[in-house]
Design a binder for this molecule. Structure first.
Ligand code: IDP
Ligand code: MG
Length: 200
């Protein structure tokens, strides 16, 4: 039963994380928690590739636009002042353009991480999207103070160090986009017997 909850998720250290030299620290946090790296590479992605990596459906774009809107509400800044519109779909489209340009601007470290409830556990260690809202102890909370109030003012996406799949659908799509079947390695961590051994 427990084995069924062993999942694979996709993680990418973004150009800001690579350029700050904190790839090792990001990885350490996942490894320390009991998660296992099963594929990994350093690549400089093209804009067309990143266009495919991030979703293009209206729902996702609106969700991203809404993240800006909520920070602007908190700060009392009218959305129109920056974007010329209050339509979260249009704002999401603008943010995706910034993202594509940014993530394709330099090398990133792409990896597949495996373990018990890996999708949620990796997100928990990563922290929420806006570093300003991320608790200390999370990667985003420890290494950034960015939020849309700052990022959008400078016409760039949030510099939040790392990407992690948000759910099973994203994880499956992203792993298939970034890796080939034979990129995934099978090996045992020494602590696996502790986590997964049946005591009955
Ligand atoms: P996630 O990375 O936590 O899953 P998503 O909502 O999927 O966050 O957004 C993808 C990426 O888009 C974020 O990691 C961040 O870099 C960028 N982003 C999201 N919302 C905003 C925003 O309001 N302003 C600028 N960039 C944003
Ligand atoms: Mg996401």
């Amino acid at each position: 039963m427990a084995q069924k909850l062993v999942e694979r998720t996709f993680v990418m250290v973004k150009p800001d994380g690579v350029q700050r030299g904190i790839v090792g620290d990001c990885l350490r946090r996942f490894e320390n928690a009991g998660l296992k790296i099963v594929a990994m590479k350093l690549v400089h992605p093209t804009p067309a590739f990143i266009e495919k990596h991030y979703p293009s459906d209206d729902g996702w774009l609106r969700m991203v636009g809404e993240k800006s809107a909520s920070t602007f509400r908190d700060l009392g800044i009218p959305l129109k002042q920056k974007f010329g519109t209050e339509d979260t779909l249009e704002i999401g489209k603008q943010i995706k353009k910034w993202l594509v340009k940014y993530i394709s601007s330099g090398p990133v470290v792409a990896m597949a991480i495996e373990g018990y409830r890996a999708i949620e556990n990796v997100r928990r260690i990563t922290g929420p999207t806006k570093p300003f809202e991320a608790a200390p102890g999370t990667i985003r909370g420890d290494y950034s103070l960015d939020d849309p109030g700052l990022g959008n003012a400078l016409s760039r996406p949030l510099l939040n160090i790392i990407h992690a799949s948000g759910n099973k659908g994203e994880a499956d799509n992203e792993l298939a986009l970034w890796f080939r079947k034979d990129d995934f390695m099978t090996y045992k961590r020494l602590d696996e017997d502790m986590w997964y051994k049946d005591w009955s």
